[in-house]
Design a protein around this ligand. Sequence first.
Ligand code: ARG
Length: 283
Amino acid sequence: MARKFSMDRRAYLKTVGAAGTTAAVAGCLGNGGNGNGNGNGNGNGNGDGNGNGNGNGDGDDVIVPGTASGFPPFEYTQDGELVGFDVDLAEEAITRAGYEVGDWVDIEFDSLIPSLTGGDIDLVAAAMTITDERSEQIAFSNPYYEANQSVLVSSEGDFAPEGESDLEGRVVGAQSGTTGAAEAERLIEEGVVDGDDYRQYDNYTLAVEDLENGNVDAIIIDVPVANNFADSRSVEVAFVIETGEEYGLGMRQDDDRIGDINDALAEIREDGTYEDLVAEYFE
Ligand code: ARG
């Protein structure tokens, strides 16, 4: 079942890829053009969703998703193709909500919120934690996943910290703009880690490589992703920092299609699709 799901998505991506290659912004505009024809008549098929009933012809029926890959199993590339739990979940939610999935935009995590508010993308699916600070800039869907932070170290070396204080005098890294980076910054503020010993990475794949090479002693990263890296690389989780985070899909604050997305997410949970995705990507 789960397998069929991902094959469908791959087939779908191929179709999209064949139709309108790369340039996501261009893709968005192109699709917007075709939205022109039916912007008013898109009563979007699932009865209760009239959030986009005001179709003003500027492509309201297409949702362009954005992510930051290198964060397995949520978003990563496999044989040059963007895949992952978030990719499948977002495509399923967009489709069920009655919209068309635009071409994925894969950029740095730091750039997601500016790209969303600037209109280059319409939806962020990037294991993004719902925080007060981010909620001032964008709207979040209802939560779809829970996670804590972890401290990841090399499994080859002899550094085995048991708690935050063991990070004293060590080089610590995280991906820029993440909640993991916020934890690292807290440790600097608290005087545990020296500001000079803090490494910020564009993505966590680079951070894990540095961990394996011994260029950094520890990285702070979401637990489910740490576990995934631990399965395939020479790294292991040393301890967990209980942050109690919840991931949400991000949309612009004035985009009322988020109601349809929330309804779709609820349906995805109720009918077992969510569990299938968890089984496919986490077990
Ligand atoms: N959950 C963390 C945050 O919101 C990390 C997310 C990183 N996501 C990614 N696709 N690289 O900050």
